[in-house]
Design a protein around this ligand. Structure first.
Ligand SMILES: *Cc1c(COP(=O)(O)O)cnc(C)c1O
Length: 404
């Protein structure tokens, strides 16, 4: 097990104060904090070898290209993809999903069906709605249960030979539910459907093997796993990515250009038009290195303890209701207290230096299911402590006294 006190020294931001109180950062599901080791990789790039990649013959350009491509290999190894060119750098989960959605616009027809889970983030809903509008395909929804899990029986009944694509998040950002993606993938494949897994909320907690799970597409953002904002990845099986048309046209994604005809570059460049977020890509690799050094097994078991401790503490608070009680979940607690508006609790907690998120968490359909406007969400990371949970517990109790 790692030493949390030692780990926290890697994150200078964790020792600042907010409103006169020590910061208690519990908004990790929205974005994680960035360790010094990753920030230094970014500054090192700008201080020493800032240059555009792939096109230069000069030394700096070669160094930048090498570092960027090394990061791609680090990401490939982490997710156990078969080839580095199956890892496409994007600006994040949202863009990765849009790359796939745009590609399928020329592949889908009216008879086709897309199957989406009720637990999705808006970024894994809206691009598919837009795609259905364009193509005439139908979007169907796998319903959820009160516990915040997917109704797997309904899922099987919805699957049929017209189902072309299935979209499920690996972990729900609003509730923390870990979805049974292996089962979903296997059953979808039996009907000939491809599966896109939104890994944005899973990848900070779970090391995913895309080959072992036979995943078709896996997407995530670096900023949820100790990396910077504005960079993420799209993993796709080579055969599938080859069939998809490019997303954007421009430099870097071409093999040759004339005014009569342009031919596209091979993978991964076909999907990487223009100058990318170079330092971000390099830092994405550094963030995975950092987390792998701490060890994902150790992270998962420590966060599990935090979750159990926090759940036990918060359940003792009168009138507090937790949404999402799947047996398999990450360290996320979404809750409300009586009829108090989540925003009011969040604002008072902020006065005490405690950062939580309030609202619908970009998952309005889940809030509609529970018939609530939103929740307060406390989401934990490996650098959080049991003492911070005590502060949260006290803070919520104080907020209730002030609001009732
Ligand atoms: C954060 C998140 C997204 C969106 O990620 P961006 O980095 O904003 O593109 C999508 N899905 C889930 C499950 C998320 O947690």
């Amino acid at each position: 097990m790692f030493d949390v006190k030692q780990v926290r020294k890697d994150f200078p931001i964790l020792s600042r104060s907010v409103n006169g109180q020590p910061l208690v950062y519990l908004d990790n599901a929205a974005t994680s904090q960035t360790p010094k080791q990753v920030v230094e990789v970014i500054s090192d790039y700008y201080y020493r070898y800032n240059a555009n990649i792939h096109r230069g013959v000069h030394k700096l350009s070669q160094e930048a290209t090498d570092a960027y491509e090394k990061a791609r290999t680090t990401i490939q190894t982490h997710f156990n993809a078969a080839h580095p060119h199956e890892i496409i750098f994007t600006s994040g989960t949202t863009e990765s999903i849009n790359v796939i959605a745009a590609g399928y616009a020329s592949i889908l027809s009216k008879e086709d069906e897309l199957l989406i889970s009720a637990l999705e983030h808006h970024s894994n809903i809206v691009p598919w709605q837009m795609l259905c509008e364009k193509t005439g395909a139908t979007l169907k929804v796998i319903p959820m249960t009160k516990l915040g899990t997917l109704d797997m029986e309904a899922f099987e009944n919805l699957l049929n030979p017209n189902t072309k694509l299935v979209f499920v998040n690996h972990v729900s950002n609003a509730l923390g539910t870990i979805n049974p993606i292996k089962e979903i993938i296997d059953k979808s494949h039996q009907k000939g459907a491809k599966v896109l897994i939104d890994g944005a909320q899973a990848s900070p907690h779970i090391k995913t093997d895309v080959q072992a799970l036979n995943i078709d597409y896996y997407v995530t953002s670096a900023h949820k796993l100790c990396g910077p904002t504005g960079v993420g990845m799209l993993y796709g099986k080579e055969t599938l990515l080859k069939e998809l048309p490019p997303y954007q046209g421009g430099g870097e994604m071409i093999a040759s250009v004339t005014f009569e005809k342009t031919t596209y570059a091979d993978l991964p460049h076909k999907f990487e038009a223009g100058t990318p977020n170079i330092s971000g890509g390099i830092a994405f690799g550094a963030a995975l290195d950092y987390m792998n050094k701490i060890d994902f097994e150790a992270i998962a078991s420590y966060e599990r303890e935090l979750l159990i401790y926090a759940t036990d503490a918060l359940k003792k608070i009168d009138g507090l209701k937790i949404y999402g009680e799947a047996s398999e979940k990450t360290a996320v607690i979404s809750f409300n207290v009586g009829t108090i508006h989540p925003y009011d609790i969040g604002s008072i907690l902020d006065q005490m230096g405690i950062a939580v998120r309030t609202g619908h968490h970009c998952a309005q359909p889940i809030m509609d299911f529970y018939n609530i406007p939103g929740t307060v969400r406390a989401s934990f990371s490996f650098y959080n402590t049991f003492e911070e949970i005590d502060v949260l517990d006290k803070g919520i109790r104080k907020a209730i006294l002030m609001l009732q």
